[in-house]
Design a protein around this ligand. Structure first.
Ligand code: M6R
Length: 590
């Protein structure tokens, strides 16, 4: 949902800012722009297109500027266009702003400012911000910035510059992430840590309702409401720079699928935290698992594993939970919030609401230091490493592994399984990375199959129980990066409607582990075969082959060929799977 960058130091700002935008492009890529100070003026260069396209045609590259701000956009208000690209300036061009989030009261602000003579050039909500600063300004940038920010309703991460204060960048945050990378004689501002990792591993994380004055040799953070200065901790980010780069793979997505074996290994590192959380969870009568998109499918895997052990758990999509299910939460209930980024707006809102009602909150999260980690009572990190591709893959495997371990630990805690059984599953989980590697070694075969089916207009995915989420995840991945219609159903639902859509040649991908429901799944496949659909089984002897594993772990393994299948179908269609149209990595707006 838009990436923001800022730089102040002794090096060439346009170069650093465009480089940072490249690393933030997963947050949005419909337009981009940079603003830098040069010879007493703010020079803005922006336009529709991906970062590289905008960079190529930008004259700002030639400027010897040492300070500036930048933005890569995922459109909310106003279509992707040159005019709607950030940065935005006021009438006098003194104040320039980049923004991530939504200014909910922008219409009324715009009307008021228009009545006072301000001229707007874009359809964005953001443009009201520089005009507000202009309206309020009486000679002090910080005072005007803070007063303007206080008038905004909604969510924001902001960077702003004033051509009369050319040695500083002002920043502010409410509900949209912003970090400050601390260098020596230089400082960086970004929406997310991967953007600064190549320059520094020391970061300050801005919290809600904080603002900052960033200069090349100083960072000062204050509270927006009181203006009081804050002592902020500088955190050391442990991620390796390489972890956020492609390392010879054609796409981040492929690299991240190849990191799925490591995602299982790394999730196992969280076992102590998982056991501690399970101990607390065992005291709650009701468990909700709350998440969006792929994370919600990992949440569904969690639900089925809990249920397998006779423990009640409900997985609810966060955008629904926050407006309905939340009414049923209280201090007798626990919420497991699952999120890769830890910044998803609906997930955060659900957690805040449930917490207000007294619920115990535990996160299953990947991004260290994200907003979710600061809201939750306890955090379980998946330790999957930075995930850059918009389509979530290794994070899903990490989340499904973590939730399986959590359910297993709680079942043991409640005496529903023996220690011997728990150890048996743990042993099998330790062997899982090798099994995933065996699937990855089948990539040429999976690619061939994807290319054969590349022109099909519609796909169906079937799964039962634990692998119904696998089917959902396989279908979502295909939709997301191949723009092909795909639907997932529990096998038993087929005859209740969707069967009417099956005809000759329609691919039906059936996730069919070797478990007690195998025969039921076989019957569902027969129903589809009888309509001349093309059946592709994910099974030990399937067209998409997987090694033998305990059925309870099958969601972790069986999803891998589906991730590769979606990847190769996307690239086979000439689509860039890292940047699917209309989507962004972190959905930080409602
Ligand atoms: O960062 P989160 O895990 O909270 O993100 C949730 C969803 O937005 C995300 O999983 C989305 O569905 C992915 N693009 C799917 O690949």
């Amino acid at each position: 949902m838009c990436g923001i960058a800022g730089y102040t130091g002794e090096r060439n700002a346009p170069k650093i800012l465009f480089d940072m935008l490249k690393k933030l492009e997963y947050r949005g890529y419909d337009s981009a722009g940079v603003a830098c100070f040069y010879e007493g003026k703010t020079i803005v260069s922006r336009g529709k297109g991906k970062v590289d396209e905008v960079r190529k045609r930008s004259k700002i590259n030639d400027l010897d500027s040492k300070i500036g701000i930048a933005h890569t956009r995922w459109a909310t208000h106003g279509e992707p266009s040159d005019e709607n690209s950030h940065p935005h300036s006021d009438c006098t061009k003194q104040f320039t702003v980049c923004h991530n989030g939504i200014v909910e009261n922008y219409k009324e602000l715009r009307e008021e400012l228009t009545a006072r003579g301000h001229k707007f050039l874009s359809q964005t909500d953001t443009e009201v911000i520089p005009h507000l600063i202009e309206e309020i300004y009486t000679g002090n940038f910080e005072t005007a910035f803070v007063s303007a920010v206080k008038k905004l309703r909604g969510s924001f991460a902001l960077v702003a510059i004033d051509s009369c204060s050319p040695d500083e960048i002002l920043v502010a945050r409410k509900e949209s992430p912003l970090i400050i990378g601390i260098g020596i004689g230089e400082n960086f501002i970004a929406s997310d840590t991967p953007a600064v990792l190549s320059e520094t591993k020391k970061v300050i994380i801005l919290e809600d309702l904080e603002y900052g004055i960033i200069k090349k040799n100083s960072v000062s953070i204050k509270r927006l409401d009181t203006g009081l200065p804050l002592e902020k901790a500088v955190q050391d980010i442990k991620w390796d720079v390489k972890a956020a780069e492609k390392e010879g793979f054609d796409h981040y997505m492929l690299k991240e699928i190849f990191e799925e074996p490591a995602a299982v290994k790394n999730a196992l590192k969280g076992l102590d935290d998982i056991k501690a959380a399970a101990k607390k969870l065992s005291k709650y009568g009701r468990i909700y698992i709350v998440a969006c998109g792929t994370a919600s499918y990992a949440g569904l895997v969690g639900k089925y594993v809990f249920e397998r052990f006779g423990i009640c758990a409900e997985t609810v999509i966060a955008s629904e939970f926050r407006y309905s299910t939340v009414n049923t939460t209280d201090k007798k209930c626990a919420v497991i919030a699952v999120s890769q980024s830890g910044e998803t707006a609906d997930t955060l809102a659900s957690v805040k609401e449930a917490k207000n009602r007294g619920a115990y909150i535990v996160s299953v999260v990947n991004a260290v230091g994200s907003s979710l980690t600061r809201l939750a009572d306890d955090n379980i990190y998946a330790y999957s490493g930075p995930e850059i591709a918009v389509a979530s893959t290794k994070a899903y495997v990490g989340q499904a592994t973590t939730l399986t371990l959590l359910a297993l630990s709680e079942a043991r805690e409640l005496g529903k399984i023996t220690e011997a059984y728990q150890n048996e599953i743990l042993d099998d989980l330790h062997r899982m990375p090798d099994k995933i590697n065996m699937v990855l070694n089948e990539r040429e075969h999976i690619k061939k199959l994807a290319l054969q089916l590349r022109d099909c207009k519609s796909f169906f995915y079937l799964g039962r129980r634990l692998n119904y989420p696998t089917a959902l995840e396989g279908a979502l991945k295909l939709k997301e990066i191949s723009y092909v219609h795909a639907e997932a159903y529990p096998g038993g639902e087929l005859k209740h409607g969707p069967l009417a859509l099956l005809e000759k040649g329609v691919p039906v991908i059936c996730v069919a582990p070797n478990d007690d429901l195998k025969e039921k799944m076989e019957s569902n496949m027969q129903e589809a075969r009888a309509r001349k659909a093309t059946i592709i089984r994910v099974a030990e002897d399937g067209e998409l082959k997987v090694p033998v594993c305990d059925p309870i772990l099958s969601p972790i393994l069986y999803v891998v060929p589906l991730h590769l299948f979606a990847y190769y179908l996307s690239t086979g269609k000439g689509i860039d799977p890292d940047k699917p149209r209309n989507l962004a990595k972190s959905v930080t707006v409602e």
